[in-house]
Ligand binder design. Sequence first.
Ligand SMILES: *[C@@H]1O[C@H](CO)[C@@H](O)[C@H](O)[C@H]1NC(C)=O
Ligand SMILES: *[C@@H]1O[C@H](CO)[C@@H](O)[C@H](O)[C@H]1NC(C)=O
Ligand SMILES: *[C@@H]1O[C@H](CO)[C@@H](O)[C@H](O)[C@H]1NC(C)=O
Length: 456
Amino acid sequence: MLRFSIATLQLIELFVSSAVHLLYGFYIFSSAVAGDLSLAINALFFNSKIEPSIRDVTSVNSVNDLPPIVLVHGIFGFGKGRLGGLSYFAGAEKKDERVLVPDLGSLTSVYDRARELFYYLKGGQVDYGEEHSKACGHSQYGRIYEEGHYPEWDEDHPIHFVGHSAGAQVIRVLQQMLADKAFKGYENTSENWVLSVTSLSGAFNGTTRAYLDGMQPEDGKSMKAICLLQLLRVGVIVYDWIDIPILKYYYNFGFDHYNMSWRKAGIWGLVDCLLGNSGPFASGDWILPDLTIQGSLRLNSHLRTFPSTYYFSYATKRTRKFLGFTVPSNVLGIHPLLFIRVLQMCQWRHPPDVPPPFKGYRDEEWWDNDGALNTVSMTHPRFPIEHPNRYVVKDSECQPLQPGIWYYKIVEGDHILFIINRERAGVQFDLIYDSIFERCRKHAFRKIPTMPDHVQ
Ligand SMILES: *[C@@H]1O[C@H](CO)[C@@H](O)[C@H](O)[C@H]1NC(C)=O
Ligand SMILES: *[C@@H]1O[C@H](CO)[C@@H](O)[C@H](O)[C@H]1NC(C)=O
Ligand SMILES: *[C@@H]1O[C@H](CO)[C@@H](O)[C@H](O)[C@H]1NC(C)=O
């Protein structure tokens, strides 16, 4: 009887959270379409030119000397050009003259995103690497960037990176690849190509939410038979198989290198993917396995914090302690999409019959959360070893900024407070992005002993 009612409750929970996620996805999609339509109608009837962005107006030499600030999106994210005029970073990219917003696939793995990010900047055809591509069953070569967005990128022309959620981990993986000289034909890369890394709600150490959405706590890699992620899996496979160009242009999960379209895979390809014999969900080469605690441990085991790069992190939190319990704080301020998860993550217990994800794991350390990630996981890389770090309350405390240390702040807010919808964060939105851009532009410099341009 008890087991029956628990199963019923779980089904209701699954139904409610699927409905909420679908509705939100539909809302985002339709507001993007509506925004585009109204722009098009304006242009058509009033012949009004679409306002040029700041970058187009001021493309003089002084701007070209600035290192770009690259904003890297997280799960379900999208870059400039996708979803019409909608901005993942809610327009924050307009705050500085030189900002890039790459589109890296919304559900692809951290590894694949890091590879794409490199070629997006340098130019050329994305090379996922022979070994990885074979192991994961996708094409070795992907999208072609006719022109890199920052082809001069090198040790003397390093870049600032800002990552939201999984995007922060993408940047760390890319920096490690640069240090390991992992790009064929670019024997000269080094960790110093990255001048600074800023993490907004960064997924450094995985999240217990991955298990609530359906990842198995046993291995952090496979999925439960009935869960939200299974619905997502079927949806993504069908979306990619149907392959309607205009839809794919508008929003893309990033799995083109898996050849799932009916044009290439045929009907049996679809069946094969759905049965779990091929495709990204079969090989585990997608984002969710990288977001489990076990997956993050696997990634972290070879990611370093480098001495000449500046690191700053904002960890978000929408919970507080009350009579010894962890409970949601500012209930009305939580986005409806995240509400159930904030509550569930506050009470998460690792199944007692399953070995803990690592030695010394304690549920209560993971209770504070922002509805998508655990606060403990966002401050700085901690596991398997803790990287140098310093907790900051006021920005002035970390000046002069030193490289090689993760400065971190804890910010009240849910996981999507600083993206998509600028109005939700109000004045906090400007405060946080202004301080990020100011830090990049004014405080994060590498002193190069001989600067040929300046010596003359
Ligand atoms: C996908 O298709 C391309 C050409 O259309 C081919 O070169 C590539 O090998 C295919 N990849 C896989 C994994 O089947
Ligand atoms: C590699 O970097 C060094 C110093 O940064 C430079 O002198 C050399 O020309 C570079 N080589 C290539 C192939 O880019
Ligand atoms: C992150 O994962 C590692 C295992 O790789 C674990 O040792 C560490 O405790 C985790 N971090 C936190 C904050 O618990």
